[in-house]
Design a binder for this molecule. Structure first.
Ligand code: NAD
Length: 299
């Protein structure tokens, strides 16, 4: 298993470190235009190799990613305090297009996981330009936001977060929403356990969490690195794990534009194995449609 991480910034370097700790790859390549940073991160992570099953972590050029089993894309500009993810669209579209041009033809079975923001816009772009089947290219979508929902509810109800099910859906950004009709704790709908005002507060806390973290420490990277590692694990062990990744939604009934956005899909050895159709109430269908329209504008 060779995993290439493009972008050795906060998210890329932390992801390399987390993948090494979880023994998910025999070889990890870390690639950045900033060669000094790339080298520094590699040398630091390499000091931990003797405690892991990973054989090697090394640097490279974009072309070194072409024979990877998995590519994780984290390169580009990141949000500054108060900046939306969509504000990064123009610059990151240019960066990502030039990166894939330089990589050239990628191994036909490679799976590409997009992290760079705005993740839904960049995922659609890479699906178009990478030359890979669409099911092999998807973004982290609302997986991080969903993880935040689970830990928020776990803390509130004093429970293990793994007992909480449900999704945030739509854009990984300001138009995302909690699909409360899908949220339950071991079979109990959470909407029966909370008042409307409490649900609104929780939703707003989750939607603002990245802004709050960036305001305090300049970036978010531990949470997203853990999410990427969870996705890689689903691919490596063919787990058919259901996650709200960014992918074209397969719900003709929802009447939404052709975009990639956070919605539940089964992740396994071929990337997206199949979609996981969801029953949403009408208000949630409207929110999903609005979110899709916002993404469409940025495409
Ligand atoms: P960062 O600034 O620390 O790192 C970005 C890296 O990309 C830098 O090292 C930079 O040198 C590199 N880079 C820039 N242009 C490049 C190019 N042409 N080729 C190769 N490398 C290039 O940023 P970060 O905090 O690591 O965030 C990375 C991206 O991930 C951002 O777009 C951020 O918004 C996004 N992000 C997404 C999620 C999510 O849930 N999807 C969560 C957190 C961050």
């Amino acid at each position: 298993m060779k995993i290439s991480i493009i972008g050795a910034g906060s998210v890329g370097a932390t992801t390399a470190y987390t993948l090494m700790l979880k023994n998910l790859a025999s070889n990890i390549t870390l690639i950045d235009i900033n060669k000094k940073k790339q080298e520094g991160e590699i040398r630091d992570i390499r000091d931990g190799l003797s405690f892991s099953e990973t054989n090697n972590i090394y640097g490279g050029d974009f072309k070194d990613a072409k024979d990877s089993d998995i590519i994780v894309l984290t390169a580009g500009v990141a949000q500054k305090p108060g900046e939306t993810r969509l504000a990064l669209a123009e610059e990151n579209k240019k960066i990502v297009t030039s990166i894939f041009k330089e990589i050239g033809e990628i191994k036909s079975t490679c799976i590409v996981i997009i992290v760079s923001n705005p993740v839904d816009v960049i995922t659609y772009l890479v699906q178009e330009i990478s030359g890979l089947p669409r099911n092999q290219v998807f973004g982290t979508g609302t997986s991080l936001d969903t993880a935040r929902l689970r830990s928020n509810l776990a803390k509130r109800f004093n429970l293990d977060s793994q007992q909480i099910e449900g999704f945030l859906l739509g854009e990984h950004g300001d138009s995302e929403f909690v699909a409360w009709s899908t949220v339950n704790i071991e079979g109990k709908p959470v909407s029966n356990l909370l008042k409307k005002e409490e649900m609104d507060t929780i939703e707003s806390e989750i939607k603002n969490e990245a802004y709050e973290i960036i305001k305090r420490k300049g970036a978010t990277f531990y949470g997203i690195a853990t999410v990427v590692t969870d996705i890689v694990e689903a691919i490596v062990f063919n787990q058919n794990k259901i996650l709200p990744v960014s992918f074209r939604i397969n719900e003709p009934d929802f009447d939404i534009p052709d975009v990639c956005l956070g919605n539940p899909n089964l992740i396994g050895s071929n990337g997206i194995m199949k979609s996981w159709p969801i029953n949403l109430v009408d208000e949630e269908k409207d929110k999903l449609k609005k979110s899709a329209e916002i993404i469409k504008n940025y495409l």
